[in-house]
Design a protein around this ligand. Structure first.
Ligand code: SF4
Length: 443
């Protein structure tokens, strides 16, 4: 089995190749009666150095693929800029956009479906060269054969079809196609996650060799944190459309700063079974990207959330129950009531949400402090009357802290240029590590 080589020296020339500022990508939300937009990417800013590999990690649905596709202009940004070598590519159209596209390519996740089964390998890899009318047909053919050799395939594969190849070979074809126009920047969207472990290592080694040979800059999107650690110089951690932490790979892995990074890293299985590792499990599920929190994106699940001082005595378990209850109310407030339901509500005969009492009984034990219980009961009454919006507002008034109401900044942490999106780095609050019971976080 081929071993994935570990990166020893950070790459990156120190020169910025890609500079992203306040980038947003929303879907839908147009029109007076439309639902709110899906905020897939919700205001991210970062740079990628020429020659480096920046990892982009996060749970599925966090917006990482959308971000990658927006960087290479396969999606149109809703707001913000993407400067590539000093040019804002979100402003490019027509010929200038086509010309620029040569510089930025993407390798897709699934080698089974990303190649057109009706085209030969030669035609697939050659297509970008044909579109851009590069050289003569004979020169294009030669170039494709060279590319096939560079990714470890044979010239005779030119005339075969994708279904005749294994998953790893198909990914090699996808890589050859992405490199045909000699781009400077390549987005690798989960390039190995559909492959067996032994094949993964070979493809990762190939990507590193090609990076050296062609001076490539990579954005490496992945959910597998172990893979990212091996191949990336820096890592950006994403949650619900926002970058929670970004910094040098080893520093971020050995000394995470953001509560979300702590939780992700704690889920990586420990190779040595004798080493005990405490897992930080995030309760609940991520909120809908149509209705993200007003404050920090992680506020509904954060194990280090800052609560109002008057509730200092309330324990973590109760806070988790409160958050889950708020989640239930939030979901109810998103349900459209029928005309009949509204009439019943105005007559005081609305019963559709009566099961909320059972939910409360199920979620909250008997030892909940009285003042919490009173607020929960009041909110449950609003829900039963058919006004979950009021319940939501009421719970906000009682329990919102700074994490619910204010978006944090990206604060510098540690010795290098690492940044973390959390109020706890402002110096006003107890540190993340002391709240999570970890060692010093270097702040
Ligand atoms: S700002 Fe608050 S909710 Fe967000 S990560 Fe920091 S402590 Fe958690």
């Amino acid at each position: 089995m081929t071993q994935q080589r570990s990166r020893t020296e950070p790459r990156g020339t120190g020169e910025t190749l890609v500079e992203v500022e306040g980038l947003k990508k929303y879907y839908g939300g147009d029109g007076v009666f439309a639902d709110p937009p899906v905020k897939a990417v919700d205001g991210v800013s970062f740079q990628i150095q020429r020659g480096e590999t920046l990892g982009l990690v996060g749970e599925s649905g966090c917006g990482k693929t959308t971000l990658g596709r927006t960087l290479v202009q396969l999606e149109t940004a809703t707001e913000g800029t993407v400067e590539f070598d000093g040019t804002d590519v979100t402003e490019l159209t027509g010929k200038r956009l086509k010309q620029w596209r040569r510089n930025a390519q993407i390798v897709f996740q699934d080698p089974e479906s990303s190649l057109n089964d009706r085209m030969t390998i030669g035609e697939i890899v050659r297509e970008p060269l044909d579109v851009h009318e590069e050289g003569t047909p004979a020169e294009r053919r030669e170039k494709v054969k060279d590319l096939l050799a560079q990714v470890g395939l044979q010239p005779e594969h030119y005339y075969r079809y994708p279904h005749q190849f294994s998953g790893g070979q198909r990914q090699r074809i996808g890589i050859a196609r992405a490199l045909a126009l000699e781009p400077e920047f390549v987005v690798l969207d989960e390039p190995v996650s559909a492959l067996d472990t032994s094949v993964q290592a070979k493809i990762l080694n190939l990507l590193e060799d090609l990076q050296d040979e062609f001076d490539l800059t990579y954005l490496f999107i992945a959910h597998d944190l172990s893979v990212v650690r091996h191949i990336c110089d820096r890592v950006a951690v994403m949650y619900l459309g926002k970058i929670m932490e970004i910094g040098a790979t080893e520093e971020l892995y050995t000394d995470p700063a953001n509560p979300y990074t702590h939780s992700l890293l704690s889920a990586i299985p420990e190779p040595d079974p004798t080493v005990q590792k405490e897992r930080i499990t995030l309760p609940g599920t991520p909120p809908s990207p149509r209705d993200p929190p007003t404050g920090c994106q992680l506020t509904t699940r954060c194990p280090a959330k800052i609560h109002p001082e008057e509730y200092d005595h309330v324990d973590t378990g109760t806070w988790n129950d409160i958050e889950r209850f708020r989640e239930v109310i939030r979901e109810r407030s998103r349900i459209d009531l029928s005309v009949r339901d509204r009439i019943r509500r105005s007559l005081g005969a609305f019963h559709r949400f009566d099961d909320i009492d059972e939910t409360v009984a199920d979620m909250f034990g008997d030892d909940v402090p009285d003042e919490i219980r009173d607020h929960v009961d009041r909110a449950a009454e609003y829900v039963k009357e058919g006004y979950p919006d009021r319940a939501r507002e009421y719970m906000s008034e009682q329990f919102d802290g700074v994490c619910d109401t204010e978006r944090p900044e990206l604060y510098p942490v540690g010795e290098t240029d690492r940044l973390s999106y959390c109020h706890r780095h402002s110096g006003e609050y107890e540190s993340v590590d002391s709240v999570l019971g970890r060692g010093s976080d270097g702040e």
